[in-house]
Each structure stands twice: as structure tokens, then as C-alpha cells.
Design a binder for this molecule. Structure first.
Ligand code: GCO
Length: 477
């Protein structure tokens, strides 16, 4: 099959999140977020690492943007820390916080790099957690909408692509079921309630965006791992369908159609875990349909039949990172299995570029919306050589194959907005400290020693530079 070229306005980008790069956790008038406190609980993160300094992007953003410009990056996706703008979550506005993001946006625009703004990348203000339990209260819907409105009004016209919630499926399940993210709860009833409020907050912010007439496009970023059956045994095929319904449609159907998939909701009712859907909820959800689906793609999942007394979520590896394909599941619905055809990274994540093409096809035909890959990348233990170089040919190979899968999906007819690799500079891995590196730019620091935070361009930096300049025409050779 012939490959279509990438569209001329395809956004070759790269991404980050506030807590993972900024540092300056208590500077510039910022209030604490739940992560600022969670990382201080002994045993929660690798070697008790925090994002207090991270890679100090807060102070080094000009240097980082200069590197982006040198690379020819078309878009930079970053998140705004809610508690930098509203230290208490609502009420008094911290002008200094707004100015930081304004300076960053202006710096990007001055270098013809499009800012892609994520409103929420997991760092709800601690004040709202203390006041009313954060996502567990309906008050969060109004507070998130007010915060979003403030940011829309300040940056409209400058920002064309907006991301509402980053990986709602991850922050909700890790925060309220696996207890590996704040608030460290393990309670399905509370999880589904918090999740429903996040859905409503997402829709309400999108509705406000439209009512304000903000020019541009808005949508959530979802962590999508398409599900395969381990083989053609009908029970295993059903298990893969269950997993897709439970792990993907359960979130994306609500974003797009305002309704939970029937099979999952019925199951939740049986368990006594269904969220309360109040009058007006469905109407609001339907008014919040996104303009695009943002997908963070790392790997697929392979599923098999799981008997009613079989493995449960409790078996999930609690680092939330390694061993994600280990047996885990939902009794009666599905369990996960290792895919014998896939290689794994040194962090035990399966490598599956074809899965990206499959996922893009599924999402584009189920929802009929453009897709934006808002994250994809390889976490590895990179080494700085004596010559101050980083030979990350494994990353080049990984990114090249995934970008090619996108080109194939475009050729299949999928409408694509862009591709943001994860990440631009190395950054804090929430639970794994600084040893798991994703960037095009190496940052010299580790858990124990911040060193000088000096930036070094990896080989992949130059490869992506070439790829952007060629608009992807160099991917097959
Ligand atoms: C990590 C994770 C993150 C996520 C990102 C999700 O190592 O902590 O992989 O970096 O990819 O924050 O949006």
C-alpha cells in the first residue's frame, strides 16, 4: 500500500508536564499541589525523589525553548500547574504564575513553536484536597471550570490546541484504586465517583471554552492501550472486548457521547460501585464533546478469559511502571497476558508500533474525530559518554517506527493533528526518579545529586530535527 505524505501543517512536537520539569515548587507565589505533599510520604517514590527542583525548567525555560527552536520543533505541549495560578485552587489569582506561562508562550511563539496547553496533568491544588477531597466532591467541577476560564481568557488567540485532563484513566485508577498516586486511596466506590466528577469537569471546561468563543480546538489526552485477544478462543476474544470496553470505551465514550458503555455500567451497578448520575449530568456531558481525541500511546494489552474467582486489580505491580503486562485483571471480565510476539523495553514495556496504527484506526472509526498523539516515547537508562554524547539509537528506532505507524494510519484515512513525543528534555518520572529518561535532551542530574542540570543533545535530537525538516519523508529508508 502506498504511503500518503504527512499533511503540510502536521504538528511535530514534544511534550512535558509541569510537575515533571518545572521545579520551583514553592517559588513565584505557587501553592502546594497534592504531588508536593505525596512525594514527601516515605516510601512513595524511588529513593524518595521529589520534583522540588526537577529539571528547573521554571528558571531555564529560555534555554529549553532555544533548544526546541534549534531542533525545528513545531509544537511544545506543556501543562499549567493549577496551584501556580490559583494557590488555593480558587479565589485569589497569582499574577506571577500567569506571567510565567505567558513568558513561556511568548518565547515559544517568537520561535514559531506552537504552544499546546494541558490544563491538568495530575497536580490538583492541595487546598482543594483539604477543603473537600478534591475530585471526590462535585465542587471540583465549578472550581476546575473557573480555573480553565481564567487561563482561556488570558491565553486565547495565542494557544490553538488545548488539552483538558491528561490521562484521567491513570490519575483516577492510580489515585483511588492502586493507591500509588495521591490521594493514595484504594476504594472502587470512591474511585468511580471521583471519575464521574472528572468527566463532568472535563465537559464543563469544554462547554465554557465554546461559550467564551475561544478560537482553537480542545480535547482530553487519554492513555490508550488497544486490547488484543491472546488467541481466537471465543472466551478470550470476549475478554479482549471486555477489556476494551472497561479500559478504553468507559472513558472515551463519555467524552464523545456523554454516556457510559452499557455493559460496564451494568457491571458497576451489580458491584454497588456505579457513580450517582444526577439530573443534568448527561446533558452536560453531551455538551462537552471534544474537537479531537488526544492519545498517549505507549503499548497494547493482550487479554485472556478470567474466571469469576480469577486475578484482580490488586495484583497490579504497585510501582505502576514495571511489569504492566503481568497477570492482572477483573474477575469475570478479563485478565492480562504477555504477548509472545512483542519485544520489551528495559522497563518491561512492550514495544508495538503496529498497535499504534490499530489504535488510531479504532478511535478514528468509532468516534469520527481527528486524533492528536499527545505522548509517545521510550523510557531508558541513557548514558552520557566521556565525549558528552548520548547514543540513543534505540530511541531513534522506537520513535521512527511509531511515526511510521502514524503515517500508515494517515494513509488509511485517519485524520491526524500531530505527534508529540514524550519528552523534550529528560524529566522526573513520577515514581521512578530521574533514572528513567525519555528526552531528546539529556539533563545531568540524578536522584541524589542535582549536579548542574546541564543539557546535552542526544543523537535522537538530531534525528528528530531531520525528520521535522523532511516532514517525515525520511522515515522509510
Ligand atoms: C513516568 C511516566 C510519565 C507519563 C506521563 C503521562 O515515567 O512517570 O511514564 O512520564 O508518561 O506523565 O502523561
Amino acid at each position: 500500500k502506498r504511503l500518503s505524505p504527512f499533511p503540510a501543517d502536521f504538528l511535530w512536537g514534544s511534550a512535558s508536564a509541569a510537575y515533571q520539569v518545572e521545579g520551583a515548587w514553592d517559588q513565584g507565589g505557587k501553592g502546594p499541589s497534592v504531588w508536593d505533599n505525596f512525594v514527601r510520604i516515605p516510601g512513595k517514590t524511588f529513593k524518595e525523589t521529589t520534583g522540588d527542583v526537577a529539571v528547573d525548567h521554571y528558571h531555564k525555560y529560555k534555554e529549553d525553548v532555544a533548544l526546541m527552536a534549534e531542533q525545528g520543533l513545531k509544537a511544545y505541549r506543556f501543562s499549567i500547574a493549577w496551584s501556580r495560578i490559583l494557590p488555593e485552587g480558587s479565589g485569589a489569582v497569582n499574577e506571577e504564575g500567569l506571567r510565567f506561562y505567558e513568558n513561556l508562550i511568548d518565547e515559544l511563539l517568537a520561535h514559531q513553536i506552537e504552544p499546546v496547553v494541558t490544563l491538568y496533568h495530575w497536580d490538583i491544588p492541595q487546598a482543594l484536597q483539604d477543603q473537600y477531597g478534591g475530585w471526590e466532591s462535585r465542587q471540583v467541577i465549578a472550581d476546575f471550570t473557573n480555573y480553565a476560564t481564567l487561563v482561556f481568557n488570558r491565553f486565547k488567540g495565542k494557544v490553538k490546541h488545548w488539552v483538558t485532563l491528561n490521562e484521567q484513566n491513570v490519575f483516577i485508577s492510580h489515585g483511588y484504586m492502586l493507591a500509588t498516586h495521591p490521594p493514595g486511596v484504594s476504594d472502587p466506590k470512591r474511585m468511580y465517583a471521583a471519575n464521574h466528577h472528572a468527566n463532568l469537569a472535563n465537559a464543563s471546561a469544554i462547554k465554557a471554552f465554546r461559550e467564551l468563543g475561544v478560537p482553537g480546538k480542545i480535547g482530553p489526552s487519554f492513555a490508550y492501550g488497544p486490547n488484543y485477544a491472546i488467541d481466537s478462543k471465543p472466551e478470550n476474544v470476549l475478554a479482549a472486548l471486555n477489556a476494551e470496553e472497561y479500559n478504553a470505551n468507559f472513558w472515551m465514550d463519555v467524552y464523545m457521547w456523554g454516556e457510559y458503555p452499557k455493559a460496564v455500567f451494568t457491571w458497576l451497578e451489580e458491584q454497588g460501585w456505579a457513580p450517582d448520575i444526577l439530573p443534568g449530568d448527561t446533558e452536560l456531558l453531551k455538551q462537552g464533546a471534544p474537537d479531537f481525541m488526544g492519545l498517549n500511546y505507549y503499548q497494547t494489552a493482550t487479554n485472556a478469559f478470567n474466571p469469576i474467582d480469577g486475578v484482580g486489580l490488586g495484583k497490579m505491580n504497585t510501582t505502576g511502571e514495571k511489569g504492566t503486562t503481568e497477570e492482572q485483571g477483573i474477575p469475570g471480565l478479563f485478565k492480562n497476558a504477555a504477548n509472545p510476539y512483542l519485544e520489551k523495553t528495559n522497563w518491561d514495556w512492550e514495544i508495538d508500533p503496529t498497535g499504534l496504527r490499530i489504535g488510531l484506526r479504532r478511535i478514528a472509526s468509532r468516534y469520527r474525530v481527528p486524533v492528536f498523539i499527545t505522548e509517545n516515547g521510550l523510557g531508558e537508562y541513557d548514558k552520557l559518554t566521556a565525549e558528552s554524547e548520548i547514543h540513543d539509537d534505540y530511541r531513534i528506532d522506537y520513535l521512527r517506527r511509531h511515526a511510521l505507524a502514524i503515517q500508515e494510519a494517515i494513509s488509511d484515512g485517519v485524520e491526524m493533528i500531530g505527534y508529540c513525543t514524550w519528552s523534550f528534555t529528560d524529566l522526573l518520572s513520577w515514581l521512578n526518579g530521574y533514572q528513567k529518561r525519555y528526552g531528546f535532551v539529556f539533563v545531568d542530574r540524578d536522584e541524589a545529586d542535582e549536579k548542574d542540570l546541564k543539557r546535552y543533545k542526544k543523537d535522537s535530537f538530531y534525528w528528530y530535527k531531520k525528520t521535522i525538516a523532511a516532514n517525515g519523508a525520511n522515515l522509510i529508508d
